[in-house]
Design a protein around this ligand. Sequence first.
Ligand code: F0G
Length: 493
Amino acid sequence: MSSDGSRYHAVLPTTTGQLTFCEQIREPMPALSDIAFQTSISPDCAETFDVSQVLSTCPTSHDLLDVEYDWNRVPVPASLNEFEKRWANRHNPLDFSGVWRFRELFPFAPDDQIVTIGEGQTILQQSDAIGKYVGLKHGLLHLQYEGLNPSGSFKDNGMTAASTHARMVGAKVAACASTGNTSASLAIYAGVSGLFKVLVFVGSGKIAYGKLSQALDYGAMTLQIKGDFDDALKQVRDVCQQAGIYLCNSVNPFRLEGQKSIIFRILEGLRWEVPDWIVVPGGNLGNASAFGKALIELKHLGLISELPRLAVINAAGANTLYELYDRRGLRWNGGRPDQTLMDAFYTDMDARNRRANTLASAIEINRPVNLKKCLRALDACQGVVREIADGDILDAKAIIGAGGFGCEPASAASVAGAKLLRQQGVIGASDRVVCILTGHQLKDPDATVGYHAVEESPKLVEKGVTRRVFQNSPVVVENDFDRIMEVVRRMSS
Ligand code: F0G
């Protein structure tokens, strides 16, 4: 915000056809409270709530909330490539951020409230080696490498937005439940900004060490609950409600606004062309939901003319979405998905005490809170859902690693899922496919070492992983020059 209260912002094309977006024309922007508001995802509830309210569900419909905009009053550019002009302006932290340089596409925050740590400097990478594994022709497999974010996962895209909203409402304490990455991300934002304290709830023994170490090192107060993520999330929601603490899980609609930027960067990486497929791992289903919302809005704004297809990939040991969508036919149904079907599924799950169980610990979730929003995304994008066994996830992870894009197991579900869909003929050999690599390889070194180690890892065996097709074990050799040379010669022959 400039000193006179006006804001540099976009304008629509002039009558001469000259685009003037980003030309730093000073015009007063409508007050954000007039153009952004919160509303239920239910078509049966027309209530709206101010962006200054802290809510995680609609008080009337008890459904999830969206942040919506009066797009007629938002100065969005006429074409997405107008955003490229911001690349030149690396001294402005908002233009440097890979999230906020698209801020006209989620205008809920005044510039002077934005909390950014330079997130979203991630790139769309093309890989033929991994494309071959998936079964795609040359040049068609792309990886959106979100592990390059400051905390090492895609969560920073959303946490910059949630932290901004937390600041707007004056929150002093923020909290989340986490399988590890959300907590690492929230802790890093609190640490850098110094704006609020952080409380994280994790399932005891349920998060990878790389992630736990981040929450501890960044100074978050960490509660290890004797239970899993689903238990931790239930607890943190109740605690936040009781204690007036700001909740940063993906039920927070502002977080998902930031995660829309992953889609904007994918399109940017494809020179603003829409791919045939976007493939994303599914846990709490925040990402898939944010992707759907971003794409629906871009189409509404006339910034893209068609939508890609969306594939959401569950781990087989945490497959609620797969069970409900693929096996039982649950659909968005115009915003009225079959509640009885969902209730019966969860009642049965509780009766059997069926807990999520996968080596892909980031997506070890059986009660995805964004289920309904994800159904909306699947509906808009002719979506498909698949489940992948842990062994196939780890094989794909090894191929991704050997291709130079190390990721954690949950991320590799996207590539394993694309391979399965290709085998099934759902994805065609000439389709352009983007897989999201959600978290960095260093997040979960145990899984990687367990896969490649000489000895079988009991943890992997326990999850049914007995075959390690792309195992790359270290070679043990005596501390003797000749023996070492023998090994080196064998390797290079
Ligand atoms: N990949 C990684 C690396 C994750 O950390 C998560 C979620 C997902 C995929 C699934 O994303 O929930 O949007 O479907 N991790 C959360 C956490 C639950 O607490 O860090 P989603």
